[in-house]
Design a protein around this ligand. Structure first.
Ligand code: IDP
Ligand code: MG
Length: 168
């Protein structure tokens, strides 16, 4: 298995419930490297772009409210890039199944997730599910200079007379 990168997002419920430390501890079991991390305020555009492939689902509106913090009065999320051998699968296993009721009780979602009365799965973390999704999501949430490794091709761009790196 090749080295690969994957995106994890600690969702607003994870931050609201002070689970950041627990989640990072669980993820450290995979022995992957964190190569990017930050705290981000999620607006509607970022939320809609991140979940655009789910826009026809009945839970989409609630999902956008959830990831943009409107269900928790907490519009922070914590995106992280993990890197290493078979990173995508390892992180998905530790995160657990999408439905927290079906997730392994010792996975992050099984331990800390719940199903809201609206039916939405409030499941604490996001994790990329395949290499294409990981690339799209990492490029959406991070600029090249916010990641320690050169994961994908980037180029210099001049803006306000300053050079900065953007994804190609
Ligand atoms: P994933 O997060 O396990 O990759 P996706 O299908 O990508 O699952 O869905 C994105 C998010 O939408 C889930 O993490 C969960 O919060 C929510 N979600 C997915 N499927 C359902 C559902 O059937 N009912 C309610 N919420 C759902
Ligand atoms: Mg998904």
């Amino acid at each position: 298995m090749d080295q690969e990168a994957t995106l994890v997002i600690i969702k607003p419920d994870g931050l609201k419930k002070s689970l950041t430390g627990n989640i990072l501890t669980r993820l450290s079991e995979a022995k992957l490297k964190i190569i990017g991390a930050k705290v981000v305020k999620v607006g509607n555009d970022l939320a809609n772009t991140h979940y655009r492939h789910l826009k026809d689902k009945p839970f989409f509106k609630e999902l956008i409210k959830y990831i943009s913090g409107k269900l928790h009065g907490e519009n922070r999320v914590m995106p992280l890039v993990y890197w290493g051998q078979a990173a995508i699968g390892k992180v998905r296993r530790i995160a657990g199944a999408t439905n927290p009721e079906e997730a392994d009780p010792i996975s992050i979602r099984g331990a800390y997730g719940r199903i809201l009365t609206t039916g939405l799965y409030e499941n604490v973390v996001h994790a990329s599910s395949d290499p294409d999704e990981a690339e799209r999501e990492i490029k959406l949430w991070f600029n090249p200079e916010e990641i320690v490794y050169d994961l994908y091709p980037a180029k210099e761009e001049k803006s306000n007379n300053q050079n900065r790196r953007v994804w190609q």
